[in-house]
Write a protein that binds this ligand. Sequence first.
Ligand code: GLN
Length: 476
Amino acid sequence: MTDFTVKGLAEQLAAGKITSTEIVKECLARVAARDGEVKAFLEINEANVLAAAAESDARRAAGNILSPYDGIPVGIKDCIAVKGERCSCASKLLEPVKSPFDSTAVARLKKAGFIPFGRLNMDEFAMGSSCENSAFQRTCNPLDTTRVPGGSSGGSAAAVAAGFVPAALGSDTGGSIRQPASFCGITGLKPTYGRISRSGLVAFASSLDQIGPMTQNVEDAAILLDVMAGFDPMDSTSLPNPAGGWADAVRQAGDLKGVRIGLPKEYFATEGLSPAVAKVMEDAVNKVRALGAETVEVSMPHTKYAVAVYYIVATAEASANLARFDGVRYGARAESRDLLESYFRTRGDGFGDEVKRRILLGTYVLSSGYYDAYYLRAQKVRTLIRRDFEEAAKVCDVLMTPVTPAVAFRFGEKSDPLQMYLSDIFTISLNLAGACGVSVPAGKDPESNMPVGVQFMAPALAETRLLQVARSFEKA
Ligand code: GLN
């Protein structure tokens, strides 16, 4: 297979050079050869993916393809429901649960003929930045297996970077698509809040969660966004705005003349920004200038509160969302003498330490007596962070920043939770603002040879501009 991208495979399928069955078998062979080491997948239902490929091939032979992408496999993060498959969120508590329905994102992929391919490992309930919080296995960074792939969509990033699948779905609540994409050297798009329905995405923090594509390039991300975006009656927060046309827009991306790119000074002055990332950013700034963009320094003064605000808002929402996993309504029940003990044992045994930590934090900040001091206050500061984005949008079209302060770290390196939380400093604000952003590979750290991504961010609904700028950058 000469070109393993979504677009490349679509072309080869159209030209009759390959079949869907061949693609799926190639994915399975690649997984068999290397996933024993990388451990990106929790499970692949081989019979199902082969059957779906055979159906796709039959449609193509009959001249009835569902879309040009009919027959292309896409890996699915294990918090996004696929009918009849397990959906465990990498948690022991949900290990036995099979989904009775498709998430809207997956239903739309299927409607275009894409084949959901396997369940990808993640941090338990999407809480984490390294995949180390999975209850089941430790996914490695395929570029250096002593390092983490990032998280929480680490399995998705690793699977794409290792070439197991042409593309994958992730979810991003505070950076979980963009950070692992950066760590693994791929592209990760967090669409505007509400662009892609959350129906069938297991909720972590409902006001922040968003599904998005993780791909080898910007055009593939646009293709998948086109397929999945748009209003869904099953999610009242999904946007009624017209969606689509991004792949076409990306194909027209030229230079950056007339584009104003904002460089938020707080992001570049962050303590802990590694020299390697700083250097890649410097080169990236020069590159966009050479492409004709005008760069402007902007200030986003509330950035320093983002991590604190996020860990109040997200944990508060998580504590409420995860209350349903009690072994009665959902989850693996620990049998006990009475109901109360059953609740305690189900949740005590079923949740990992990080999930428990978040539930405790979230319950605390919502408790009477502390609600005003923490939760209410955090909501107010969230508004200020959103205003930083609105102010910046008055003087620039997109923002350009680092994705992470440093390259992928080694397993166990960030053992203190606070240290781990602080590493999300550059990705979290975007979710709090509800805007859109993308991480694209931009260079390497010469010392570790690990990839470094750059993040572009744009206002809500500005995916066209965002993806065009990202594509121009990627081309150069
Ligand atoms: N790393 C962040 C956290 O642990 C973000 C996770 C995410 O985006 N799902 O919460």
